[in-house]
Structure formats: structure tokens, C-alpha cells
Design a protein around this ligand. Structure first.
Ligand code: UDP
Length: 329
């Protein structure tokens, strides 16, 4: 049987790069695409020698041309941290709207199946807990997170329209907070922020009073869920995440214990529209995909800490880990 070919957008990012690894391990040929605005080419360097891997430095918001057949398109290109949305709001909107339009058009031309990375942010600051797929959300369209939340909501709508109107094979995963090696240091997300601070000997910054909750999923669990969804026949959105919910204050304590830092926590202002609680209801994924997370936070955090410890001092103290200055919005 001919080797299947998959295009991964946002391939040099945290999730995109793990996805490339998995698809290659599953025997596929992977075409990786990234504009490297927030992605890091280092995340893919170990794949460059493979005949089954190629990389295109390209912005998916612009027309995409891929020679030859394609079986799958996995759209993972997007900034994914609230700090990034504030810095590159228009790019965030464009990749979720123009980017998905290009991916869907390409999928139609190639008769490929598309899987899009959606997010728990489609639920906004949820009034229902835990969040089930049939909850429509509580999103402020003009708030700081609106550029991401609305782009992702549009992306879901567009994907569904291509499915219903053109009969395209589509899959939608709603990804909840995920962590693991290759997260970008200083992207503003809570885990790299806390571990980076501990490694640099700085105090850990808790935003607000730390009573807000999140539920963190280890990357290997998430990727397994995504692959199962890709090969399933489920067109409706599916939550993938770990329901093990924790407050941010408790999370800071766990990081302090893990790293053995002598630093304390300091409190900073809570960003606008920061969701108060978040926990996925994963009964659908359990039913349809026979999937549930396996890696406990204590284990996943150890692996992640080892990754951050392996970064060079120069990397650790670098202020920015992005290429925003190269991008004209
Ligand atoms: N947060 C924090 N300190 C930081 C960075 C984030 O207390 O240095 C909080 C943030 O306000 C939010 C939670 O941690 O309540 C998770 O933030 P993250 O940016 O990782 O993801 P999201 O808010 O999108 O879930």
C-alpha cells in the first residue's frame, strides 16, 4: 500500500512537532509547514534527515501549493498563548480564518481529510462546568482573547461548512491546556513561566489570587487522542484534555516542590477575561475513541522539567522566543 502523505501546519510548534513525530512513527510521509513566527525549527531538526519528511517555510494565511497527493491535512498553525494574541492579534485572526480557508481549499483539491486544532477557548469564560461539547460558550468577541477565540470559532464553522456543503471529510479537536517538552519558554503560558522563573531564580508570578483553575494534559496523551480522532468517523467536535483540575496557586506549589526552588510566589493583576475555571468533560472521547489520559501530572511534569533543564543558559535568559519583529501585520 502506498505511504500516506500528511500536511501539518504549525509543524514547528509545540503540538505540531509532536504530531509530526507521531505521524512519521506511524509510517506516513509528513510535509511540515510553518512561518516560524512562534514555531522553533529546532523542534523539527531531528526529522530533517528522513526521506519521509520535508519542511516548507511558509505562512498558511497565503495560498498553499503542495505538489502530489495528500491524504491528510492537520491544521495546527496559530499562536496559542494569551500574551502572543496581544502582540500579534491580526496574525492570530488571519491564521484562523484565511489559513483555514486555504487548508480547506487544498483539502478539497486533493480529496484529503482535514483535522483542525480547535480549543477550549471556544467555551470562553464558561458558565457550565465541566465543559461538554454541546456547550456554546461565553466569549467576549472584543476582549483581548477575542482574536483567538473568535478565529477558532470561525475555523470550526468554516470546517463544518466545507463538510456539509462540499462533503469534505473533517475532524475537529477541542484541545484543553496541554504541556510537555518543546513548549516555548517565555510564551507567557503558566507552565513555562513558572519553570523558567524557578530555573532563573525568580519569584513565581501568580496572576489574580490563584483560585482560577485549569486542567493540564500531558502532550503524549493529547497526541494519542488526536490520532484516534483522525482515524475515527466523528465529524462533530471532540474535547481532548485531562480532567484533573487544579488551582493555579496549587500548581505553583507543585512547581516549587518539583524544582526545589527557594523562591516565593508573587501576585500580579489578573488579565482581562481570564477564565475562572476550566475542565474538559471527556465522556465523548471515552465513548467514541476509547481514549482517556494515562500520564499523571507528577510524571508529566518531571519529563517537562528535564526538558527545560536541558536548555542552554543563553536560551533560558533570552527575553523573547519568537520572530514577531520579522512579521508585518
Ligand atoms: N498565569 C499565572 N502566571 C503566569 C502565567 C499565567 O498565574 O505567569 C495564569 C493565567 O492568568 C491563567 C492560567 O495561569 O489563569 C493559565 O494561563 P495560560 O496562559 O497558561 O493559559 P490559558 O489562560 O489560556 O488557559
Amino acid at each position: 500500500m502506498a505511504r500516506k502523505r500528511a500536511l501539518v501546519t504549525g509543524a514547528a510548534g509545540f503540538l505540531g512537532s509532536h504530531l509530526c513525530d507521531r505521524l512519521i512513527a506511524d509510517g506516513m510521509e509528513v510535509i511540515a509547514m510553518d512561518n516560524l513566527i512562534t514555531g522553533r525549527i529546532e523542534n523539527l531538526e531531528h526529522l530533517f534527515h528522513l526521506e519521509t519528511f520535508s519542511f516548507f517555510h511558509h505562512d498558511v494565511s497565503k495560498f498553499i501549493h503542495i505538489p502530489g497527493d495528500l491524504d491528510y491535512i492537520l491544521h495546527f498553525a496559530s499562536p496559542a498563548s494569551p500574551i502572543d494574541y496581544l502582540k500579534i492579534p491580526i496574525q492570530t485572526l488571519k491564521v484562523g480564518s484565511l489559513g483555514i480557508h486555504n487548508c480547506l481549499g487544498l483539502a478539497r483539491a486533493k480529496k484529503a481529510r482535514v483535522l483542525i486544532a480547535s480549543t477550549s477557548e471556544v467555551y470562553g469564560d464558561p458558565t457550565v462546568h465541566p465543559q461538554k461539547e454541546d456547550y456554546w460558550g461565553n466569549v467576549n468577541p472584543v476582549g483581548p482573547r477575542g482574536v483567538y477565540d473568535e478565529a477558532k470559532r470561525f475555523q470550526e464553522a468554516m470546517t463544518m461548512a466545507y463538510h456539509t456543503y462540499h462533503g469534505l471529510e473533517t475532524r475537529i479537536v477541542r484541545i484543553f491546556n496541554t504541556y510537555g517538552p518543546r513548549m516555548r519558554l517565555n510564551d507567557g503560558r503558566v507552565l513555562p513561566a513558572f519553570i523558567g522563573q524557578a530555573l532563573r531564580g525568580e519569584d513565581l508570578t501568580i496572576f489574580g489570587d490563584g483560585t482560577q483553575t485549569r486542567s493540564f494534559c500531558f502532550v503524549d496523551d493529547l497526541i494519542e487522542g488526536i490520532i484516534r480522532l483522525l482515524h475515527s468517523d466523528c465529524v462533530d467536535p471532540v474535547n481532548i484534555g485531562n480532567p484533573d483540575e487544579i488551582t493555579i496557586a496549587e500548581f505553583a506549589e507543585e512547581i516549587i516542590k518539583l524544582t526545589g526552588t527557594n523562591q516565593k510566589v508573587v501576585y500580579k493583576e489578573l488579565p482581562k477575561d481570564d477564565p475562572k475555571q476550566r475542565q474538559p468533560d471527556i465522556s465523548k472521547a471515552k465513548d467514541i475513541l476509547n481514549w482517556e489520559p494515562k500520564v499523571h501530572r507528577s510524571e508529566g511534569l518531571k519529563i517537562t522539567y528535564e526538558y527545560f533543564k536541558s536548555l542552554s543558559k543563553e536560551e533560558l535568559f533570552k527575553k523573547e522566543h519568537n520572530n514577531f519583529e520579522k512579521y508585518i501585520q
